[in-house]
Design a protein around this ligand. Structure first.
Ligand SMILES: [Zn+2]
Length: 146
């Protein structure tokens, strides 16, 4: 295949651009970019979590919770119209499940953060997972046959 210089330059730039970002930037198809990546021996785009920035609200949200049976944390503060716990601090609105997830993992969640403990409005950090976490748990469950 003929290697396009513009695609090769972006793939080799070390900026970890996704195939989609490169395709959009140079006006090529996703398949074309994927073929270039393979031909040039460039590792797949890294899609893991990013490091979360420090949050000013680290323990602010915990003051609005109560521990309930089973080790769950119930949110006592305000919620969004969808019922998601939210915290307003210094004029900014935070999703409490996201804050709790970031407190436990130090990372920005990928996809929605939801409790995996059976209590719909639980905000206990250890009971929350993002999509990567759910995918990981499903893969582990499949690997050990449960
Ligand atoms: Zn829970």
């Amino acid at each position: 295949m003929r290697i396009r210089a513009d695609i090769a330059r972006l793939l080799e730039s070390g900026t970890n651009l996704s195939n989609r970002a490169i395709a959009h930037q140079v006006g090529a198809s996703l398949t074309t970019v994927a073929r270039h990546r393979e031909a040039l021996g460039i590792a797949p785009h890294f899609q893991g979590r990013r490091q979360a920035p420090p949050l000013p609200t680290a323990d602010l949200w915990r003051r609005q919770t109560e521990l309930v049976d089973g080790g769950h944390l119930r949110w006592l503060g305000t919620t969004t119209a969808d019922g998601v716990a939210r915290l307003v601090d210094s004029g900014r609105v935070y999703s409490v499940p996201v804050l709790a997830f970031q407190e436990r993992t130090g990372q920005v969640p990928q996809g929605p953060v939801r409790p995996e403990c059976g209590m719909d409005d639980c905000v206990e950090p250890r009971h929350l997972e993002d999509q990567l976490g759910r995918d990981h748990l499903a893969a582990v469950a499949a690997a050990i046959g449960i």
